[in-house]
Design a protein around this ligand. Structure first.
Ligand SMILES: C[S@@+](CC[C@H](N)C(=O)[O-])C[C@H]1O[C@@H](n2cnc3c(N)ncnc32)[C@H](O)[C@@H]1O
Length: 251
């Protein structure tokens, strides 16, 4: 027999009341989280300012990793990084800034060096950790903002940037260069691989050689040792894109 209307109503309203309670509790939890960490639980930027790239894209970096391989993830280390490794360019503790899913960091780690990969995209880092475990390679991957690397409280002899610098606007680049200096030992080296403006087939955010050198100008704590033409492989073009490979010394 059908339940009396009042009971049906009562039955229908009870879960709604529960929903309200649950929502209130979860709002209180969120608020509590903010009190403790200063970060809203639902903040996709985890309390940091979105970068100029993220503002243009209208989404956090992490979102690009949610729908399968990203255009810059070629599933293997960039040839320039493999070449540098073969030349013995990496020494001591190595930082990979903006490591993505970790192919370059894992390659350097496979050479026997201690490597920390940092990125703002937690999804990319999870993939990197899975690859490390699957390949039996010892490498660390943590969430960190490359614009505030001093928060790591660590110092590195070699720093690698493959594809991060060119995503920053000029103000961010100034902060990034200072941030890199704060974690690099004097005499240590930074290797930057970025898109160049020397076409044809330039990638997104191409940088001129003078612009690149200017980012590490006198007073920045860095001295540019060399800048040369190179290539970056991408998934969006069978042809690789023109790049710069820069070697920069922390002074
Ligand atoms: C073009 S991708 C290059 C990824 C990787 N280096 C590679 O070669 O595949 C740039 C990477 O930098 C990361 N990134 C962007 N802004 C960052 C920031 N402020 N701090 C740390 N990582 C950042 C992005 O999440 C992305 O994984």
């Amino acid at each position: 027999m059908e339940a009396p209307l009042t009971e049906r109503h009562a039955g229908a309203t009870r879960p709604a009341a529960c929903d309200h309670k649950a929502r209130d509790t979860s709002r209180r939890e969120e608020a509590k989280m903010s009190e403790q960490t200063g970060v809203r639980a639902d903040d996709p930027y985890s309390g940091r300012q979105p970068t100029s790239h993220e503002r243009r894209a209208g989404q956090p970096w992490d979102a690009s990793y949610l729908d399968g391989p990203v255009p810059w993830d070629v599933g293997e280390p960039q040839p320039s990084i493999v070449r540098l490794g073969g030349e013995g360019a990496f020494a001591g503790a190595v930082l990979d800034a903006g490591c993505g899913t970790g192919e370059n960091a894992l390659h350097v780690a496979s050479l026997g060096l201690p490597v920390l990969g940092v990125d703002v995209a937690e999804t990319a880092l999870s993939i990197a950790r899975e690859k490390a475990a699957g390949r039996g390679i010892d490498a660390e991957f943590v969430v960190a903002d490359a614009l505030h690397l001093h928060r790591l409280g660590r110092v590195f002899e070699t720093v690698l940037d493959c594809g991060l610098l060119h995503t920053f606007d000029s103000d961010e680049r100034r902060d990034y260069v200072a941030s890199l200096a704060s974690v690099t030992a004097r005499g240590g080296h930074l290797y930057v691989v970025c898109f160049s403006d020397v076409g044809p087939g330039t990638g997104p955010h191409p940088i001129g050689q003078e612009e690149l050198r200017a980012a590490f100008a006198r007073g920045s704590g860095w001295s540019v040792a060399s800048v040369g033409p190179d290539r970056i492989q991408t998934r969006f073009d069978a042809q690789d894109a023109p790049a710069w490979l820069a070697k920069i010394e922390r002074i």
